[in-house]
Design a protein around this ligand. Structure first.
Ligand code: BJ8
Length: 423
C-alpha cells in the first residue's frame, strides 16, 4: 500500500511501524492463499483490489463520510442492524478480529483461555493496528457470549462502546426485549447523528441491505449448482469484504461476479481438480484475515461449497420485509428478521441444526467440518449436536477446534486429509 496514506494513518493514531509489518505479513499471506490459485474468476480482481486498499482507499472514503458529518459505527456481531445505521446516513463497518495481534498485551486484560476472536478484537485496539476501529465514532458491543460481554467492559475503557442487549432465548418475552433494544439503538443513532429516522430513510436502508444479502444468496446458490466455478476461499473473501465495503458498490461487484460464474458453470470452467470432495463448513465466524482452515481444506483435495456461519449463510439468509408505512412497522420487520439468526449463544437453538441439515441438502455437500475456536463454549457444545445430526443422517462429520496461530497447521492438514480420503 502506498506511502500516500501515511499521514492519514498518523492522524488516526496507528502504530506505524507495527502497521507496516502487519501489511507486509498480510500481503504475503494473501499472495500465498488467494493469488496463487489457478483459473480464478476475473471478477475476483475487484476483491483483490479492495483487499489491497483495505487500509488505504476505503479508509479515505470513510474519513470523507466522517467529514460530511456521517457517523461511523464499528461492530463485531451480525446482530447489529446495518439498516438502522444507513437510515441515519451512517456507515457500518464489521471490525476485523481474525489475527493474533498483540496477544501478550491482551492477556494483561483477559484470561489466556479466551477465544482468539475476542482477543483479536481487543488486540487490534491495544496494538493500534486497525484504522477502522480508530476511525469509528463508536463501537457497538452486544451481550452474546460471556467472553464478548465482559471484554466490551475492557474495550469500553479505550473506546466509546455502546452495548446492545441480545436475547438469549426465542420466546415472546425475548422478542419484546429485542424490540425494546432496537428502539433504544434507534434513539442512540438519532442522538449521535442528529438525524431522525423516517419511514422513507429506513425503507431505503432495508432495501440496500436486502440487496446485499440477496446477491450473496445468489452467489451461494451458484456454488450449489456449479460447485467448482469458484473456490470456497474466494467465496469466503467476498463475504468478508461485505462487512466493510460500500454496500451499493459491493452489490454491483458481486452481481458481475455471479454473471461470470454462471457463464463459467455453463461452459464447465472449473477452479479445481475433478473429483474434489464438497465440504460444508459450519461453526464460528471467520473474520478477516482468518483464512487458515479454508486454505488447509482446499489444499487437501476438497472444495468448500457452503458456510453455515455468520460470515456466510447465517448472516445472508432471510430478508427484512420492507412492507409497512410507519417507522414502528418497519422496526417490527427488523426485529423479526434478526430473531432468526441462529447463533449458538441462544438456548435452545434447534433451528441451527435444522439450518445445517437444510444447507447440507441444498449445497450437495459430501461432508461437514465443524469449526470451533478454542474456548468458544457455545459452538463447542453445539458441535456434539451437529455430530448427532450427521450420525443420524449418514453425513460424514469432522470436528476441529483451533485458534489463529499457524502452530497446528500440519496436524490440521493430517486430520482433514484423512477425513477427505474417507468420504
Ligand atoms: S451472531 S456467532 S457474530 S456472537 S467465537 S466471540 S461466540 S467465544 S462470534 Fe458471533 Fe454474533 Fe453469534 Fe454470529 Fe464468543 Fe465463540 Fe468467541 Fe464468538
Amino acid at each position: 500500500m502506498s506511502g500516500e496514506y501515511v499521514n492519514m494513518w498518523k492522524e488516526l493514531g496507528l502504530d506505524l511501524e507495527s502497521h507496516d509489518q502487519l501489511l507486509s505479513v498480510l500481503g504475503q499471506a494473501y499472495g500465498d492463499i488467494f493469488l496463487s490459485q489457478k483459473n480464478r474468476p476475473e471478477g475476483m480482481k475487484y476483491f483483490d483490489f479492495v483487499v489491497s486498499e483495505v487500509h488505504g482507499l476505503r479508509i479515505r472514503e470513510i474519513m470523507e463520510e466522517k467529514a460530511k458529518g456521517n457517523i461511523i459505527v464499528g461492530t463485531f456481531c451480525v446482530y447489529v442492524p446495518e439498516e438502522l445505521v444507513l437510515a441515519v446516513g451512517g456507515v457500518q463497518i464489521g471490525l476485523c478480529a481474525g489475527a493474533e495481534i498483540a496477544f501478550e498485551k491482551v492477556e494483561e486484560y483477559l484470561p489466556r483461555n479466551t477465544c482468539a476472536l475476542i482477543k483479536s478484537s481487543l488486540g487490534f485496539r491495544l496494538g493500534r493496528l486497525c484504522p477502522y476501529t480508530q476511525a469509528a465514532d463508536f463501537v457497538v458491543g452486544e451481550t452474546t457470549c460471556d467472553g464478548k460481554k465482559k471484554a466490551y467492559e475492557i474495550f469500553g475503557e479505550m473506546k466509546d462502546v455502546y452495548v446492545m442487549e441480545i436475547p438469549q432465548m426465542k420466546n415472546d418475552a425475548d422478542r419484546a426485549l429485542w424490540k425494546k433494544e432496537i428502539g433504544r439503538f434507534t434513539a442512540e443513532l438519532e442522538k449521535r447523528s442528529g438525524r431522525k429516522i423516517t419511514a422513507e430513510s429506513l425503507k431505503k436502508g432495508i432495501q440496500t441491505v436486502n440487496k446485499k444479502r440477496a446477491v450473496l444468496q445468489r452467489l451461494a446458490a451458484i456454488r450449489y449448482k456449479y460447485p467448482f466455478v469458484i473456490s470456497g476461499r474466494d467465496a469466503l473473501l467476498v463475504n468478508q469484504v461485505s462487512f466493510y465495503d460500500n454496500p451499493e458498490r459491493f452489490t454491483d461487484s458481486v452481481a458481475k461476479l455471479c454473471d461470470e460464474l454462471e457463464e463459467r458453470g455453463k461452459k464447465k470452467i472449473s477452479i479445481g481438480e475433478a473429483g474434489a470432495k464438497k465440504i460444508l463448513v459450519s461453526g464460528c465466524p471467520m473474520a478477516v484475515p482468518n483464512w487458515k482452515v479454508p486454505f488447509v481444506v482446499e489444499t487437501s483435495g476438497a472444495t468448500i461449497v457452503a458456510e453455515e456461519s455468520c460470515v456466510g449463510e447465517r448472516n445472508t439468509r432471510n430478508a427484512v420485509k420492507d412492507s409497512g408505512s410507519s417507522v414502528d412497522q418497519l422496526l417490527d420487520n427488523i426485529v423479526d428478521r434478526y430473531m432468526k439468526i441462529n447463533c449458538a449463544c441462544f438456548t435452545p437453538n434447534k433451528e441451527r441444526i435444522e439450518d445445517i441439515s437444510a444447507l447440507y441438502a441444498s449445497s450437495g455437500a459430501d461432508g461437514v467440518i465443524h469449526y470451533s475456536l478454542q474456548f468458544c463454549t457455545p459452538y463447542l457444545v453445539e458441535s456434539k449436536k451437529v455430530k448427532d445430526l450427521c450420525d443420524s443422517r449418514n453425513m460424514q462429520f469432522l470436528a476441529i477446534e483451533t485458534d489463529y496461530s499457524s502452530g497446528d497447521m500440519e496436524q490440521l492438514k493430517t486430520r482433514i486429509e484423512a477425513f477427505i480420503e474417507k468420504i
